[in-house]
Design a protein around this ligand. Structure first.
Ligand SMILES: [Zn+2]
Ligand SMILES: [Zn+2]
Length: 144
């Protein structure tokens, strides 16, 4: 049996087990299968467990300790990138949902970077969130 490594798993999803179907994977992530093989090392609500971070029933992260709630000023929403080799996230202001830009792969630098919308204004605190997110993406990439 494959060992379950408990970790933060954000923004990347935990790996599926060999031969694990979609339903079994979902049930394991949420704990619905009652086998105690949830891969998270912290409490998560159902929505965050299955990667629907924007729909979490605890958006302030008071009970749900998913790392997506640790950003104070911005929210990252994954965009559908099925046709691309790399991933892409929209960056939204948490208070009013304004799109600030995107985090996506920048091939010249071989790393993920922030691509701002024109004429946006960012305070230093937003850069702290952005830097933490990009670091999490790059760390997960190196490990995988
Ligand atoms: Zn989450
Ligand atoms: Zn959550």
């Amino acid at each position: 049996m494959t060992e379950i490594i408990r970790a933060r798993y954000y923004p990347y999803m935990p790996p599926a087990l060999p031969g694990e179907g979609d339903d079994a994977y979902t049930d394991r992530l949420t704990g619905a299968d009652k086998t105690n093989r949830v891969p998270y090392d912290h409490r998560r609500r159902r929505e965050c467990s299955i990667g629907y971070h924007g729909n979490c029933s605890d958006p302030k992260g008071e009970d749900c300790k998913c790392p997506c709630h640790s950003f104070k000023w911005v929210q990252f929403v994954e965009e559908n990138t099925k046709s691309l080799k790399t991933r892409r996230w929209g960056v939204l202001a948490k208070d009013n949902g304004t799109k600030l830009g995107e985090v996506r792969w920048f091939s010249q630098w071989r790393q993920y970077a922030f691509f701002p919308e024109p004429r946006i204004v960012l305070a230093g605190s937003c850069f702290i969130d952005l830097a933490a997110f990009i670091k999490a993406v790059m760390d997960a990439r190196r490990k995988s």
